[in-house]
Design a protein around this ligand. Structure first.
Ligand code: AMP
Ligand code: MN
Ligand code: MN
Ligand code: MN
Length: 276
């Protein structure tokens, strides 16, 4: 049986390993089919594909798109997209564009909260001039001793209602699904257990997503408990959606699950790769 991991990040967004090192690590830990899904970005895929040929695994070209749906940030994975598709590339460039201005404002907000120079500090962790993320602020806050760890950085400073949080309007759900489908890919709602939605809010997101042409739900994710694997498998089935799995790996020591450690998909779902 092939081992699939369809969600991870490299230095082209907020991961700590280069696309080559991501692929090598995944291969050495038993992954056969790896989706590289940098946030709002496709730039690591050529390098990842070359590395994949060297180590004999398959890289699925992907991206994790930032979306705003009813005021909440939702992540939508595009799997199997054509990296040369121009509407997708343009759409992603548009999503990335807002990040610089937002990062400056996060820096200002943290300054008001008593943490000076956080923007400059975050920049020292940025590994692609095309993309700055809250993760880079979190790494700076940890290293500068303002917080204990990444989780603490988000909990105390970087999430809604906290002093360094700056609300942001990303792409719409419909734009994201349209770009992904237009590029020949499958749209998958990432880590549905992470959103601050009620059960009925989540059902309405999933129903709208399915009606827009969405293909699947990420059922197995380190963001989920094993009870949630069962819950989201049922949710996918109920809406005629397929199921995906991914480690959401960002770097050694930073992620809950390393490559190769994903538990199996629950029984009774159709995997997103069933016709690959
Ligand atoms: P951004 O797209 O700039 O808003 O940053 C979102 C990223 O922050 C996610 O992709 C995660 O990598 C990271 N993140 C969000 N919440 C947490 C958390 N509680 N602990 C660690 N990382 C987080
Ligand atoms: Mn991330
Ligand atoms: Mn995500
Ligand atoms: Mn991710």
């Amino acid at each position: 049986m092939l081992h699939y991991d369809l969600h991870c990040h490299s230095t082209r967004s907020d991961g700590v390993l280069s696309p080559t090192d991501v692929v090598r690590r995944a291969a050495s830990r038993g992954v056969d089919v790896l989706g590289l899904t940098d946030h709002d970005e496709l730039a690591g895929l050529d390098e990842a594909r070359e590395a994949a040929q060297e180590v004999g695994i398959v890289v699925v070209p992907g991206s994790e798109l930032s979306v705003t749906w009813e005021g909440e940030t939702i992540h939508v994975l595009g799997l199997g997209v054509d990296p040369r598709d121009s509407p997708l590339a343009t759409g992603l460039a548009g999503i990335r564009n807002g990040r610089d201005e937002r990062a400056r404002r996060i820096g200002e907000a943290l300054e008001v909260a008593g943490i000076p120079d956080a923007f400059e500090g975050a920049l020292t962790y940025v590994t692609s001039e095309r993309l700055i993320s809250r993760t880079h602020f979190a790494r700076y806050l940890v290293e500068s001793g303002h917080v204990r760890d990444m989780k603490d950085a988000f909990k105390r400073y970087l999430t809604a209602g906290k002093p360094g949080y700056v609300p942001h309007a990303w792409a719409s759900l419909s734009q994201a699904v349209t770009w992904i489908r237009g590029a020949g890919g499958q749209a998958v709602i990432a880590h549905p257990g992470r959103y601050k939605l009620t059960a009925s809010g989540l059902r309405s997101l999933v129903a709208e997503f399915r009606d827009l042409g969405g293909a699947g739900l990420e059922v197995v994710s380190p963001s989920h408990t094993s009870a949630q694997y069962t819950e989201f498998a049922a949710l996918a089935r109920a809406h005629g959606l397929r199921a995906s799995c991914g480690s959401d790996f960002h770097g050694p020591g930073e992620s809950h699950l390393d490559f190769g450690d994903l538990p199996p998909m629950p029984a009774g779902v159709e995997p997103v790769w069933s016709d690959w």
